[in-house]
Design a binder for this molecule. Structure first.
Ligand code: PGA
Length: 256
């Protein structure tokens, strides 16, 4: 295993899949496939309605719970929203914010992403801020500047003291759900862009921030991604819906 300063995080994003009963059945199948391990952290992000059932199955296990989104205010007249405190009380540790599917289908803006990240931190949740460029932006050489701008807008107002609780997920949009993952070298290069920006914003408080890669991660390519020293874990969509595949991803063995 490469010498790492940060414990890698493998996070399964189930998206709008699995009812509460199916979520519980899935987790009961997954848990026996995961060997206890101190050198990696595992989390799953079921839909909101499955979180209580998932929390019940995961009680006493090291696998953590993530929400796929979080409300931008703490409470009040925001029909349909779920606050960070509500999630925190049922045992949720992480909340995805700014996933590209929410930006695209639900009009989520950089401003909203920043508000959600702050709301998560106020209630002791750890935001996983998702950033990533469109295919056209990469083709025209603007990927780094777009990702840098998204990152800045999402986190630049956070107090330095909160920085260590952040997680960043770099997910190129063209790689999500397409079976066309980024080349590990390109992902690693973008992690470097993100890391430099975090260092610039937060100084040494940026050191614990993990930067994940997401986009068509599978059992067949996880080892190559995790061989990149700048990649601190993975955000896994479709492959996380198969317990055996997800367990293999969790058991990554870095090699180049
Ligand atoms: P994918 O999704 O692994 O199916 O590409 C990743 C994500 O959207 O987080």
């Amino acid at each position: 295993m490469t010498d790492r300063r940060r414990i890698p995080l493998i996070l399964g994003n189930w998206k709008m899949n699995l009812t509460p009963s199916r979520s519980a059945a899935y987790l009961r199948a997954l848990l026996p496939l995961l060997a206890p391990s101190e050198d990696r952290e595992v989390a799953v992000a079921p839909p909101y309605t499955s979180l209580p059932a998932a929390a019940e199955v995961l009680r006493g296990h090291a696998v953590r719970l993530a929400a796929q989104d979080v409300g931008f205010e703490d409470e009040g007249p925001y029909t349909g929203e779920v606050s960070a405190a509500m999630l925190q009380e049922i045992g949720v540790t992480y909340a995805l914010v700014g996933h590209s599917e929410r930006r695209r289908h639900l009009g989520e803006t950089d401003l909203m992403v920043a508000r959600k990240a702050r709301a998560a931190l106020r209630s002791d949740l750890r935001p996983v801020v998702c950033v990533g460029e469109q295919e056209a932006a990469r083709a025209s050489g603007r990927a780094a500047s777009i990702v840098r701008a998204q990152l800045l807008k999402a986190v630049e107002d956070l107090p330095r003291s909160e920085a260590r609780r952040l997680v960043i997920a770099y997910e190129p949009i063209w790689a999500i759900g397409t079976d066309r993952p980024a080349a590990p070298a390109d992902a690693e290069e973008m992690q470097g862009v993100i890391r430099r920006e975090l260092d610039h914003l937060f100084g040494q408080d940026a050191a614990p921030i993990r930067v994940l890669y997401g986009g068509s991660v599978t059992p067949g390519n996880i080892d190559a991604f995790m061989a990149c020293p700048g990649i601190d874990g993975a955000l896994v969509g479709s492959a996380s819906l198969d317990a055996a595949a997800f367990a293999r991803i969790v058991r990554f063995e870095p090699h180049s």
